[in-house]
Write a protein that binds this ligand. Structure first.
Ligand SMILES: NC(=O)c1ccc[n+]([C@@H]2O[C@H](COP(=O)([O-])OP(=O)(O)OC[C@H]3O[C@@H](n4cnc5c(N)ncnc54)[C@H](O)[C@@H]3O)[C@@H](O)[C@H]2O)c1
Ligand SMILES: N[C@@H](CCO)C(=O)O
Ligand code: NA
Length: 434
């Protein structure tokens, strides 16, 4: 009988939005977890900061001493504290003590992933982190395992629920930024410090993890170009709408191949306009979706809930079953794969496209002045549209692909033209052929 087998002992570090759901589900379905693992899965301790705040957790399991739990008799440590310290030291101590680790901590993995993977490898234990990117969506396991036989060229994702919630509301109801952020907070989507969500730090951590797995290369948070959504206004949303596009905060991980065949990895997070018929355009609310383009598989789309207690707990528990089963059968999960060692592509030299909306003087020669500036920077124009007359005249330009630095320099010079009153909106364009 499975119930009679030696239990797998699990210690939980942190019991907030996600941890509470993990404990609840383990208590609700013990026979199912035992059957899938091959032995009972028993929580032997839960480290928290304030024990009186956790009436649903059996009192004898609660402790404020996370380090003691890590040093204790647990087989698997589940870290749901978040942030760098003390999570990093606790997980290194766990791995060095021969314990497998499950974590949802993207910030930690993006900053110190290599150190943790090396410690897991050296000690013959597992580190699983499916919940760290796109919450409930099975994504990292497909990248690490199912697609290990393919060559991925591009991963484009909506990987921050909070910012997608805000942008979707701005697009559909014209709701304001602050009120939508408050609601995302209340629903448990936002990080402890929501600037991590709206300034793109959370998505950048996830981009680093995705790029590392997709391109078999170590990509850290510092390699990811990052821009958030706090500068997006109603004018940008409207400009996108008038071109049948919508604005999304995208994490883009791309294999860039130069003319001489040299490969590099571009990892970036920024708002971008995408066509309304792009598969990512219909992803609303706090939902996440990740679009993967691979040489043999072609296009794949992963969609679902990327945030919230229960959805994230689903991914954590999937990892826990895998880690616990490996303890039962003396198996091992996948190791870090970083053999390709591709260099990081600087944003300045990354090929992008811009949408630029200009408030211009309505007089002859404006268009040729603007066009000459593009020419000077070797940027070619894909679409140009003049709208309105007199004081309301505006010029909308969508470029072909060029180096991001050349596009930025073009915009800076255009802003100084006497015939240009204001650069009303500048945004990168993604998801269509140039
Ligand atoms: N909430 C989500 O939707 C979501 C989704 C995916 C991943 N994550 C990740 O999951 C992790 C947990 O997120 P959360 O939303 O549950 O955060 P949370 O802030 O709700 O919970 C963290 C808990 O850890 C406790 N804690 C802090 N320091 C501690 C310590 N030294 N010892 C014991 N407990 C300590 C805090 O008191 C808090 O209760 C984070 O890494 C987060 O990025 C969260
Ligand atoms: N704060 C994150 C949680 C999931 O990682 C989000 O909004 O997507
Ligand atoms: Na996931």
């Amino acid at each position: 009988m499975i119930e009679d087998r030696e239990p797998i002992r699990v210690a939980l570090l942190g019991c907030g939005t996600v941890g509470t759901e993990v404990v609840r589900l383990l208590q609700e379905h013990p026979t199912e977890y035992a059957a899938r693992t091959g032995a009972p899965v028993r929580v032997t301790g839960v480290a928290v900061r304030r024990p009186h705040k956790h009436p649903d957790v059996p009192e004898q399991l609660l402790t404020t001493d996370a380090a003691a739990l890590v040093e204790g008799s647990a087989d698997v440590i589940v870290e749901l504290i978040g942030g760098i310290e003390p999570a990093r030291s606790l997980l290194l101590a766990a791995l060095r003590a021969g314990k497998s680790v499950v974590t949802a901590n993207k910030a930690l993995l993006a900053e110190h992933g290599s150190e943790l993977y090396a410690a897991a490898d050296a000690n013959g234990v597992d580190i699983y982190f499916e919940a760290a990117v796109a919450g409930a969506i099975p994504l990292l396991r497909p990248l690490r395992e199912s697609l290990a036989g393919d060559r991925i060229n591009r991963v484009t994702g909506i990987v921050n629920g909070t910012s997608n919630y805000i942008l979707s509301a701005m697009d559909s109801t014209g709701a304001g930024y602050e009120e939508t952020l408050e609601e995302a907070n209340r629903l448990g989507y936002a990080e402890a410090d929501p600037t991590a969500d709206v300034d793109g730090f959370d998505a950048a951590s996830k981009a680093a993890i995705l790029a590392s797995l997709a391109f078999h290369t170590r990509v850290g948070a510092g390699d990811v170009h990052r821009e958030g959504i706090s500068g997006i206004g109603a004018g940008d949303i409207e400009a996108a709408r008038s071109l049948n596009r919508t604005v999304k905060l995208l994490a883009i991980c791309e294999r860039v191949i130069d003319e001489d065949g040299t490969e590099s990895v571009s990892a970036r997070v920024h708002p971008a306009m995408i066509p309304r018929d792009h598969p990512l355009a219909g992803v609303g609310g706090a939902f996440n979706a990740v679009f993967v383009e691979a040489e043999s598989a072609g296009q794949l789309m992963f969609y679902g809930q990327g945030a919230g207690g229960a959805p994230t707990a689903s991914a954590v528990l999937g990892d826990l079953v895998a880690a616990a089963r490996n303890v039962v059968v003396s198996g091992k999960g996948p190791r870090e794969s970083a053999h390709a060692q591709l260099p990081a592509r600087a944003m300045d030299w990354t090929p992008t496209r811009y949408h630029i909306s200009l408030d211009v003087a309505d007089r002859p020669g404006v268009l040729s002045q603007v066009a000459a500036t593009f020419n000077e920077h070797d940027v070619s124009i894909s679409v140009v549209r003049q709208q309105g007359r007199g004081a309301d005249a505006s010029l909308v330009v969508v470029t072909h692909t060029a180096a991001d630095s050349a596009l930025r320099a073009t915009v800076e010079q255009i802003a100084r033209l006497s015939s240009v009153n204001e650069v009303a909106s500048v945004m990168r364009v993604e998801g269509e052929q140039s």
